[in-house]
Design a protein around this ligand. Sequence first.
Ligand SMILES: C[S@@+](CC[C@H](N)C(=O)[O-])C[C@H]1O[C@@H](n2cnc3c(N)ncnc32)[C@H](O)[C@@H]1O
Length: 325
Amino acid sequence: MTRTDLKKPTQKKSRNYKAGLAQLNFKIEFDWSHEEARKLYETSIHKIEKNTILYQDCISGMKNLPEESVDLIIADPPFGINFSGKGSQYNRNSILVEDGYVEIKEDYDKFTEKWIQCLPRIMKKTASAYIFSGWTNLNDLLNAINKTDLKLVNHIIWKYQFGVFTKRKFVSSHYHILFLVKNEKKYFFNKYEYYPEDVWIIPRRYLPGQRKNGTKLPEDVVNKCINFSSKPGDLIFDPFMGNATTAICAKGLYRHYYGFEINQTMKEIHQNYINNIKVGQFFRPLKEYLPSKEELLKKYPHLKKYVNEIKKYSGKKTRLDRYFE
Ligand SMILES: C[S@@+](CC[C@H](N)C(=O)[O-])C[C@H]1O[C@@H](n2cnc3c(N)ncnc32)[C@H](O)[C@@H]1O
């Protein structure tokens, strides 16, 4: 190699590149006002009874659902470690934790295969699934997924702020979320962040004084899955309702829900939780999640001279029809 070789630039720098400009121009493909979202919620038609939770085993239950009937699946299966959520390390008043959190009695890998196998048939071509797992069950989940035609699009890490105290190992403070689709070319994905990363830092909430099932996902995590992967009026399915977080979030975001929970004692608690939520109460047009023009200009002051060129958000929906097959 000669000295001149070393001096040659390997890549030409683009003169037009301006840090932050693309973000300033970023537009969300699909967005809805409250009125539009409510109308879709009220007029959407589904193959299965909307807004229903059946208190039975999800594996036999899913076999009775019609083909291609759900738009999105959120699944947070039982852990398989005889978890009751009552141990002192969880720092909870055990009277408030319901007895009926149902653990699985067979081998975890066989149970996982059985319920995962039921998913592709009930998913529409445009549908996605978000499956939650601690690291100890991840192997069984990935093996079960590999035996189906589902495609793994992202392996998301959800980082939360506290884990169970340990003495001789690291505190586990993350969860895995597998983002799967039925059809890589057709799945619905509404990118409403400019740079959506696969590490989500979202705290768990303490729920002092509330009756609850052994575990509960934060609504912010479930809302994020719903906002990225469904439209108002869609049907969100959860095979393991637990504390009905999916139902609560779906109703709060103008979506419908359907699901199973084997623990009969949760029925009354679910009804209270869900009745307390108003249709659309969590909904915001997605443009409101973006940083404001002022915030971006503070971060990228050199963009001030471009600001007049920025096209205003039009709220116009494009190419949406292909998702209403
Ligand atoms: C990890 S929790 C779900 C928590 C839920 N995502 C939430 O945010 O509240 C798992 C739930 O699955 C239920 N379960 C266990 N086996 C089941 C089965 N075969 N069919 C339906 N539900 C089941 C358990 O009783 C428990 O409530």
